[in-house]
Design a protein around this ligand. Structure first.
Ligand code: BG6
Length: 478
């Protein structure tokens, strides 16, 4: 179903994010027939392109960013014809009048701030000064949304000076992932799980986002952020919220975001012993983190594991173990819910009886696996074994699964539709920083370096100990 007529302005249109994510996502939605006739995309950046020269540039670049199977000459022409370009000085005056003249009052107006947060204030002010911040326009901002609580507050205040909260779309691309939304469907669309989804029945929960890539090429940004700011404060906390939250009264923006906020506010401060930081060394043919970022003294972590507690009626006593890192053995994002043992084994001591485990695989090979105990087949008596009930979405959904839209496609269309459900509200972002700030401060106060781990491993030794000392084990990264 096509969305309504829109003018989407991308500030920072010549940057990496626009080229790799935003424009290919829009092209794919156009290919799928979702962009209405007359919908327009206007690039605005410092470089001196004209409409025609930018289209030429994009014709070449999109060929690299869009899979060959999706490159259709007719569709590409149609898409390029939607594009315009205005050279602009974000901090100064140049270009703003031209841009304002191109915006159609009758179309939905969306402004994508695909620039560093230091420019948000200038953009907001200039949009206002040139009469472009109408009551119905929307602005889209990317992470990093601040560097800590006080900078996030300052950014929120800057945006609030010119826009209402219902106009601000803060992107966390994890919320646009099909399988992440599926967490809510699995929990609240079935009767099977929710009655057991609490501290009485759940022993612990693991959330793993493991990556094989290093930080080469983004060293300057990453070295100032580290895994806590880059992944935990946003993506990991969003996953934790979706797993831990109470059922919202409806799948509506503030209903969902209110419940997520309650989870973040219920998180206990993390004890220093419940945090492990790691940094990848050089091994197995890979350069070390220090070489990748070009800073031989860096104490920044490329891996972190945290044991977190949600102090709520539902979760008191169930630990949440989070870990994320670069240059690990495999690229995998997974949430694992381990249930408690049955209160009594009527079969006597049994080696094969294990606790039920529900593993929700977010990427790649999306699917759900539930481990259950059954009788070992055969005449050998009542011996128990563990078997998986395994559902791969690709197998279960066939063609449908292959058509999973990229997170950006979903999120940008939601901006045009005016649906903020999958975007972070200002208070949520601030609450997330309020939880991660002390973690970062505690670490900054120490002299020691993060523990080294080998590229291709599953992280530092101490991360394994974080669970072993509680008599538990991480699921293997594979
Ligand atoms: C980004 C981080 O937000 O998410 C990157 O800045 C990280 O460091 C990326 O690699 C992971 O996203 P995905 O979609 O590949 O899991």
């Amino acid at each position: 179903i096509p969305v309504d007529l829109f003018d989407l302005v991308i500030f920072g249109a010549t940057g990496d994010l626009a080229m790799r994510k935003i424009l290919p996502a829009l092209y794919r939605r156009d290919l799928a027939g979702q962009l209405p006739d007359g919908a327009r995309i206007i690039g605005a950046a410092r470089s001196d392109f004209t409409d025609a020269s930018w289209r030429d540039e994009l014709r070449r670049d999109l060929a690299d960013c869009v899979p060959a199977s999706l490159q259709e000459a007719g569709a590409l022409d149609r898409f390029l014809n939607r594009l315009g370009y205005v050279p602009i000085d974000v901090r100064g005056e140049d270009g703003w009048r031209d841009l304002a003249a191109r915006i159609r009052p009758k179309a939905i107006q969306a402004y994508y701030f695909s620039v560093g947060p230091d420019l948000f204030g200038d953009l907001a002010r200039n949009l206002h000064a040139h009469g472009m911040n109408s009551e119905t326009c929307r602005i889209v901002v990317e992470k990093p949304f601040g560097h800590d609580l006080s900078s996030a507050r300052a950014l929120n205040a800057t945006l609030a000076a010119h826009f209402h909260e219902h106009q601000v779309y803060r992107i966390d691309h994890y919320l646009g992932k099909e399988t992440v939304q599926n967490l809510m469907a699995v929990r609240f669309g079935n009767m099977l799980f929710e009655p057991l989804w609490n501290a009485q029945y759940v022993d612990h929960i693991q959330i793993t986002v493991a990556e094989t890539v290093g930080v080469a090429g983004r060293g300057e940004y990453y070295d100032k952020s580290g895994a806590v700011r880059d992944m935990v404060q946003n993506h990991m906390m969003q996953l934790l919220c979706l797993i831990a939250m109470e059922p919202p009264y409806a799948f509506e923006p503030d209903a969902v975001r209110d419940e997520k906020l309650k989870v973040i506010r219920a998180l206990d401060p993390v004890a220093p012993d419940d945090i492990v930081r790691g940094q990848y060394g050089a091994a197995n043919g890979f350069a070390s983190y220090l070489e990748d970022v070009g800073n031989p003294d860096s104490h920044t972590e490329s891996f972190i594991a945290i044991k977190a507690h949600v102090s709520s009626w539902r979760w008191k006593g169930t630990p949440f173990y989070l870990r994320t890192g670069k240059r690990l053995r495999a690229r995998t994002s997974e949430i694992v819910v381990t249930f408690k043992d049955p209160p009594h084994s009527i079969f006597g001591p049994q080696e094969g009886q294990k606790s039920n485990v529900l593993a929700i695989r977010l990427q790649p090979n999306e699917g759900i696996k539930l481990k259950v105990t059954i009788k070992e087949p055969g005449p050998g008596g009542m011996r128990l074994i563990e078997v998986p009930l395994d559902m791969s979405f690709a197998e279960a959904l066939g063609e449908g699964a292959r058509d999973i839209a990229d997170a950006y496609e979903r999120l940008i269309m939601d901006v045009i539709r005016g649906n903020q459900t999958l975007f972070m509200r200002g208070d949520e972002v601030e609450a997330a920083w309020a939880w991660t700030d002390p973690i970062i401060a505690a670490w900054d106060a120490r002299e020691d370096r993060p523990q080294l781990y080998d590229p291709g491993s599953s992280g530092p030794e101490d991360a394994l100990m974080l669970m072993h000392r509680d008599g538990r084990r991480w699921r293997e990264v594979k």
